[in-house]
Write a protein that binds this ligand. Structure first.
Ligand code: GLU
Length: 409
C-alpha cells in the first residue's frame, strides 16, 4: 500500500528540487506544525459506550488559519490525514486565499451509526478539540462522508462551548444555517471552471466524454455540472461498481437509483464494470472523485483518457504521475482542480464574520475569478518548463509560502 503522506512529501521534494527554495521552508513543510490525536467517547443507542479515534493535523498556518475538512472513514489514519493537511496548505496557496492547511479524520464507518449516534460523535469531535479550533485558529469543513448537517452540529457545539455564534468556526454548513450559496456544488463547479480554462489548450472536442469515479458530493456534482454544459458522462461509479453507457448517463437518475437501491447493480441499459475498471475506459476526461491512490504504477499504463481532472485528493501516486507524463496524458492536480471547495468555504467564513449572505451569482463569480487565472498560469508554466502541472502548482504555492515565511522570521 502506498502511504499517502510519503507521496505528498515526495511531491513536495520533487517540486522543491528544481526551484529556488530555502531548506528551511521545505523542512518546515515536510512536517505538520501540530498534530492532535483524541479519543471520542460515544454513547450508543443501546446505552453502551464505544470509543473512536479522531485526528486534527494543523499542517501550516503561515498564510492564515488552518483550513481543511474532516473525514469520517473506517480506514482513516494519521498518515492519511497528514497528507491531506499538507495538500490543503498547497491548495490554499495555489488559490491564493489567506488560509493555511489542516485536516481532520475520525476512524469510523458512519453507515453503521444511527443519526443520533452520528450527531453525538460529531459533537464529541468538537468537545475533544474545540480549544484548538476557531475562526482565527482552525476552520474545519466537510470531506469524505461528512455532510452540511454534520457541520451544523459541529458549529452549534462550538457555539455552546465557546459562546462564538458567528458560525465562522466551521464551513460547509446548510445554507439556512449560515452556509454559503454554492458551497455544496463548489468543488465540482470549480473543477469545471478549471476544465473549461484548459479544454482548448489540450485540444479536447467541444463536447467531451467523461468518466467519474465516486458518487459523493464531489463526484455527483461534477457529473451533473458536466452534463448541464452539454458534455457526456458515460461512466459513473460508487465504491464498488461502475456503470457505462456510451450514449451518456443521466447523473440525476443514477443518483436516485443509488439512493433507492443502495447499489448501482441492476441499473437499466448499461454495461457493468468495477470501480477500478472505470479508470481505464476510453474517454476524453477521467475524473477521480473518491479516495487516494487510484492511479498507480499498476494501472497508469492502461489509462486512456486525455485529461485526468483530480477532484479527489491524492488520487495519483508519484509513480503513476511519471508514467502519465511520459504518455502525454495531462493530469490537472488536485491542489488546483478541487480547490473550489475551500475557496467557497473561505467565502462562507468571510460572510459569517461580516454577518452577510451573498447571492449564488456573487459567490460563483468570485470562485471563477479566483481559479481561472491560476489554472492559466499553471498550464502556461508547465508547457514552458516541460514539467507537470502538479510540480508547477507546488512551486507556485511554495513561492507564496516563502513570501509568508519571510514575514514571520
Ligand atoms: N475537504 C475539502 C478539500 O479537501 C474542502 C476543505 C474546506 O472547505 O475547507 O479541499
Amino acid at each position: 500500500m502506498v502511504n499517502p503522506f510519503e507521496s505528498a512529501q515526495r511531491q513536495l521534494h520533487l517540486a522543491a528540487k528544481g526551484g529556488d527554495f530555502s531548506n528551511e521552508l521545505i523542512d518546515r513543510l515536510s512536517r505538520a506544525e501540530r498534530e492532535i490525536t483524541v479519543t471520542i467517547p460515544l454513547t450508543m443507542d443501546d446505552g453502551s459506550t464505544r470509543f473512536f479515534e479522531g485526528y486534527r493535523v494543523q499542517h501550516s498556518g503561515l498564510r492564515g488559519p488552518y483550513k481543511g475538512g474532516i473525514r469520517f472513514h473506517p480506514e482513516a489514519d494519521l498518515d492519511e490525514v497528514r497528507a491531506l493537511a499538507l495538500w490543503m496548505t498547497m491548495k490554499t496557496a495555489v488559490a491564493d486565499i489567506a488560509m493555511g492547511g489542516g485536516k481532520g479524520g475520525v476512524v469510523v464507518d458512519p453507515d453503521i451509526l444511527s443519526s443520533g449516534e452520528l450527531e453525538r460523535l460529531s459533537r464529541g469531535f468538537v468537545r475533544a478539540l474545540y480549544r484548538n479550533l476557531g475562526p482565527e485558529v482552525d476552520v474545519p469543513a466537510p470531506d469524505v462522508n461528512t455532510t452540511p448537517e454534520i457541520m451544523s452540529w459541529m458549529s452549534d457545539e462550538y457555539a455552546k462551548l465557546t459562546g462564538d455564534t458567528s458560525g465562522a468556526s466551521f464551513t460547509g454548513k446548510p445554507v439556512d444555517q449560515g452556509g454559503s450559496e454554492g458551497r455544496g456544488a463548489a468543488t465540482g463547479q470549480g473543477g469545471y471552471y478549471v476544465f473549461e480554462a484548459l479544454k482548448e489548450k489540450l485540444n479536447l472536442p467541444r463536447s467531451v466524454s467523461v468518466a467519474v469515479q465516486g458518487m459523493g458530493n464531489v463526484g455527483g456534482n461534477a457529473a451533473r455540472t458536466f452534463v448541464s454544459h452539454g458534455h457526456k458522462v458515460v461512466a459513473m461509479s460508487d465504491s464498488k461498481d461502475a456503470i457505462y453507457n456510451e450514449d451518456g448517463l443521466d447523473p440525476e437518475a443514477v443518483e436516485k437509483y443509488k439512493a433507492e437501491h443502495r447499489s448501482l447493480k441492476g441499473f437499466p441499459d448499461v454495461q457493468m464494470f468495477t470501480n477500478a475498471e472505470l479508470l481505464e475506459l476510453s474517454v476524453d476526461v477521467l475524473i477521480p472523485a473518491a479516495l487516494e491512490n487510484q492511479l498507480t504504477e499498476e494501472n497508469a499504463e492502461r489509462v486512456q483518457a486525455k485529461m485526468v481532472l483530480e477532484l479527489a485528493n491524492g488520487p495519483t501516486t508519484p509513480e503513476a504521475d511519471e508514467i502519465l507524463r511520459k504518455r502525454g496524458i495531462k493530469v490537472v492536480p488536485d491542489i488546483l482542480a478541487n480547490a473550489g471547495g475551500v475557496v467557497v468555504s473561505t467565502l462562507e467564513w468571510e460572510q459569517n464574520k461580516k454577518n452577510e449572505h451573498w447571492s449564488e451569482e456573487v459567490v460563483l463569480e468570485r470562485l471563477k475569478e479566483t481559479l481561472i487565472p491560476q489554472a492559466n498560469v499553471i498550464y502556461k508554466n508547465a508547457e514552458e518548463s516541460g514539467v507537470t502541472m502538479r510540480i508547477v502548482a507546488f512551486r507556485l504555492a511554495l513561492k507564496r509560502l516563502a513570501n509568508a515565511l519571510e514575514k514571520v522570521v
